[in-house]
Design a protein around this ligand. Structure first.
Ligand code: ADP
Length: 240
């Protein structure tokens, strides 16, 4: 299988802290990669660098074999779901508006309809985004990310304000997108159990890459999971 993403010796230094230290890994076509790591582990910095939003890094990032410093074409193949933004209750845009905004070609009603149905938000199409629950808004943002048929979906998992039922639906949608539509998924999460269930590859990040490999290889190794949990817990306490 093709290497869709190749990250080599990625290092990002901010004035006070080295957010990423010599991180290397690859993602193959069709992979479902779960990136786990405590707060401050460098997950957002990694995503910002992959999306071309942070250009001050050492090392290299390639998508489809091409260095992202040379061409921004790869961005057309990426759907990005950020952590949940907060909308005012009266924010003047409907679900349909929000999804349509991202459509690159001329508005294609059929495509929008199809995606809204697939994400169980079709009925909410004409509702204002700010009136929806956290889980519903999350699905609107997945719809927005999918509307241009991306090959890769990158998700920064929202952790607040989402009820368990919506979380379960969110996970089942991710699973379907990966297994049926063959979309490569790169997803950061705090939920080790969910990563264990959904992802086939795992990257444990804590500024350096603690582990990268097959999900089973990590989760079936109790010692490794314990080591990682302890290390990230210490890091967490250190920062709070
Ligand atoms: P995560 O997403 O895993 O919580 P981040 O990438 O946001 O981690 O942060 C990693 C480290 O880099 C943290 O110590 C954070 O304070 C620091 N950091 C993140 N963004 C910036 C920035 N723009 N300027 C300076 N320091 C930053």
């Amino acid at each position: 299988m093709l290497n869709i993403v190749e990250i080599e010796h990625l290092t990002v230094k901010y004035p006070d802290v080295k957010a990423l230290d010599d991180v290397s890994f690859t993602v193959k076509e069709g992979d479902f990669l779960g990136i786990i790591g405590p707060n401050g582990a460098g997950k957002s910095t990694l995503f910002a660098s992959m999306l071309g939003l942070n250009t001050k890094y050492d090392g290299s990032i390639k998508f489809f074999g091409q260095d992202i410093r040379k061409s921004k074409d790869y961005l057309k193949e990426i759907g990005y779901v950020p952590q949940k933004p907060i909308f005012e209750k009266n924010f003047p845009a409907t679900v349909n508006d929000i999804v349509r905004m991202s459509l690159r070609k001329e508005a294609n009603e059929k495509k929008i309809d199809e995606i809204l149905q697939q994400l169980w938000i079709h009925e909410l199409s004409n509702r204002r985004i700010g009136e929806l629950s956290g889980g519903q808004q999350q699905r609107v943002f997945i719809a927005k990310a999918l509307v241009n048929n991306p090959k890769i979906l990158i998700l920064d998992e929202p952790v607040t304000g989402i009820d368990q039922q919506s979380i379960d639906l969110f996970y089942s949608i991710l699973k379907e997108l990966n297994s049926k539509q063959k979309i490569t998924i790169i997803w950061s999460s705090h939920d080790l159990d969910a990563v264990n269930q959904l992802a086939n590859h795992v990257a444990c990040l804590n500024r350096t890459l603690f582990f990268h490999g097959e999900s089973d290889e990590f989760f079936e190794n109790d010692e490794l999971v314990k080591q990682y949990s302890e290390a990230s817990m210490q890091e967490h306490m250190h920062h709070h």
